[in-house]
Write a protein that binds this ligand. Structure first.
Ligand SMILES: Nc1ccn([C@H]2C[C@H](O)[C@@H](COP(=O)(O)OP(=O)(O)OP(=O)(O)O)O2)c(=O)n1
Length: 161
């Protein structure tokens, strides 16, 4: 059955060491429904779309001259600092941020967006295809941390036999 016919069926990401990441219907895998989180992002934006929007935003303002890789990196770190500021002094926070006000949670989303926008802009200015880099990195992570070897353990890969 085609993907369109199964759009309401939860999907599981399949990624092995040899093939690119694909979304496959759970019907076609051995995974149980418990493996799929209910929370998910909307499909509004891809990394490439954000790259184009930010490129346009900067062109319209004649800001390319300021957006050197180093300047963008500093701006990115500044935004990570702003994101950290929201969490500082709060101690450990619960998954889903149930104890945050709506205003605080919106603020978290805004600062995360700034971080992502600058990260994508930096990749663009460095001419690094971030989509491909992320795909490669996820593949490396899977090889470095085989599930059967590290299941339930949190050490770095260098600490395993
Ligand atoms: N020279 C700039 C300035 C801004 N932006 C874009 C990318 C970020 O998404 C956002 C950052 O804007 P601000 O520097 O105004 O930072 P904040 O939005 O975090 O505002 P504030 O520092 O008041 O919280 O705008 C950009 O691309 N290049």
């Amino acid at each position: 059955m085609s993907d369109t016919h199964n759009s309401s069926i939860p999907k599981k990401i399949k990624l092995d060491a040899t093939s690119p990441p694909v979304l496959e219907n759970e019907h076609n895998s051995n995974a149980s429904n418990n493996d799929v989180d209910e929370f998910k992002f909307s499909n509004e934006l891809s990394l490439e779309t954000i790259r184009q929007i930010q490129q346009e935003f900067c062109k319209e303002r004649n800001w390319d001259q300021y957006h050197s890789p180093r300047n963008i990196l500093l701006a990115l770190i500044g935004e990570v600092g702003e994101l950290s500021e929201i969490f500082q002094w709060k101690g450990e926070v619960k998954e889903g941020l149930p104890d945050f006000s709506k205003k605080e949670k919106d603020h978290v989303g805004q600062e995360m967006s700034d971080v992502l926008i600058y990260l994508i802009r930096m990749a663009d200015r460095c001419k690094i295809d971030l989509s491909t880099a992320v795909t490669d990195k996820i593949r490396q992570n899977k090889l470095k941390y085989p599930a059967d070897k590290v299941f339930g353990k949190s050490q770095k890969y260098t600490e395993y036999d």
